[in-house]
Write a protein that binds this ligand. Structure first.
Ligand SMILES: [Mn+2]
Length: 354
């Protein structure tokens, strides 16, 4: 054993920079710019901006590219209640993620002007009225020209988003849908639109094009419920196929079915993940996808024209140690990077101001 020489110690000391001095000029410039308005990696900074990933929390849409919002709804869930607490749990966990994407180096707040709108405000307790509230909120946001990233709530929330976006864009979208379930069953318990029927209803209304719809991660005890997916021309890729054929094969399928130019919606149900990493969801399913596989599929969608996205079904009532919200927040950051990337590829964008 030899002690380090004085020279070696001097060298190490020369590397010992301050806590927020970064070598990457893009990262350094971002923090320099954002810190003036309060964005910070310091612990106290996490609480200065309560939005997802410390995004500015406001409802002003002028000069904004991408709007994140929460839809704290669980009235349309067939199973356990509790997904209404999803946005709150994701916001808290999200403070540990960002602002730089690990693989691409993207800084979504530099790519686009991003805000957290807050949660949809309910005008009534009835499910159909709450879907209407989501629809009206997203219509206002999309009508101002912004892309939306919705945090559920359960999967019924996607219906309000798709309805508004389809109307504003005057289009039927392709759909990249990652889920344990196709969510194309018929009416259940009286509510035509619920978290197990949302994509049958979205197709029946023309919000999505079944021919440009790919559903990935499908498994469980409910295959007999998804006849509408097969009959209408949706492509159903099971979780077994993802594991057996690999994410590269799935990515090729996505690009072939959805394409790179036509408008596409991305919907991530966290129960697509295996229940070993995602018990904190309304309907946990074993034999599922890994977080790495889902991240890879989100990455593939960078080649598509994604104009809106959501992540649904985080249910903190089942998330006894918070680990599900932790994983979900990481994937929500992937979706934020996806949306901002797709936006910047196709039009002039602003930068985020706090
Ligand atoms: Mn679902």
């Amino acid at each position: 054993m030899t002690k380090l020489t004085e020279q070696q110690l001097q060298y190490l000391k020369s590397l010992d920079k301050g806590p927020f001095e970064f070598r990457d000029p893009r990262v350094a410039a971002f923090f320099e710019r954002a810190a003036d308005s309060g964005y910070s990696l310091e612990t106290n900074g996490f609480f200065a901006h309560p939005g997802f990933f410390q995004a500015p929390h406001r409802k002003v849409l002028n000069g904004v590219d991408v709007v994140m919002l929460g839809s704290p709804l669980d009235l349309g869930a067939i199973g356990l209640a509790g997904a209404r607490h999803g946005p709150d749990a994701i916001r808290r966990a999200s403070r540990n993620y960002g602002p730089v994407h690990e693989q691409t180096g993207d800084i979504p707040f530099d790519a686009c002007s991003v805000i957290d709108w807050g949660d949809v405000e309910w005008s009534a307790t009835a499910l159909d009225q709450r879907i209407e509230d989501i629809y009206q909120t997203v219509k206002e946001i999309a009508g101002a020209g912004c892309a939306t990233l919705n945090c559920g709530g359960e999967h019924t929330t996607s219906y309000g988003c798709l309805k508004a976006l389809s109307e504003i864009h005057d289009d039927s979208f392709g759909l990249i849908h990652i889920d344990a379930h196709c969510d194309t069953m018929s009416t259940w318990g009286g509510d035509a639109i619920n978290d197990g029927s949302v994509f049958r209803q979205a197709a029946l209304q023309g919000f999505i094009d079944p021919q440009r719809t790919v559903q990935i991660g499908i498994r469980g005890r409910a295959g007999f419920l998804w006849e509408f997916s097969h009959d209408s021309g949706m492509t159903v890729i099971t979780a077994d196929e993802v594991h057996e054929k690999g994410t590269q094969w799935v990515s090729d399928q996505i690009l072939e079915i959805v394409g790179s130019t036509e408008k596409t919606y991305f919907s991530l149900d966290v129960d697509s993940l295996d229940s070993s990493v995602m018990m904190g969801t309304t309907g946990p399913e074993p034999f599922g996808l890994t977080p790495r596989q889902v991240r890879s599929l989100i990455s593939t969608a960078r080649h598509c024209n994604v104009i809106g996205a959501d992540m649904v079904e985080v249910n903190p009532n089942r998330d006894t140690d918070g680990s599900s919200a932790w994983v979900a927040a990481a994937l929500f950051f992937e979706l934020l990077c996806l949306i901002t990337h797709c936006r910047k590829q196709r039009q002039d964008t602003f930068i985020t101001q706090w």
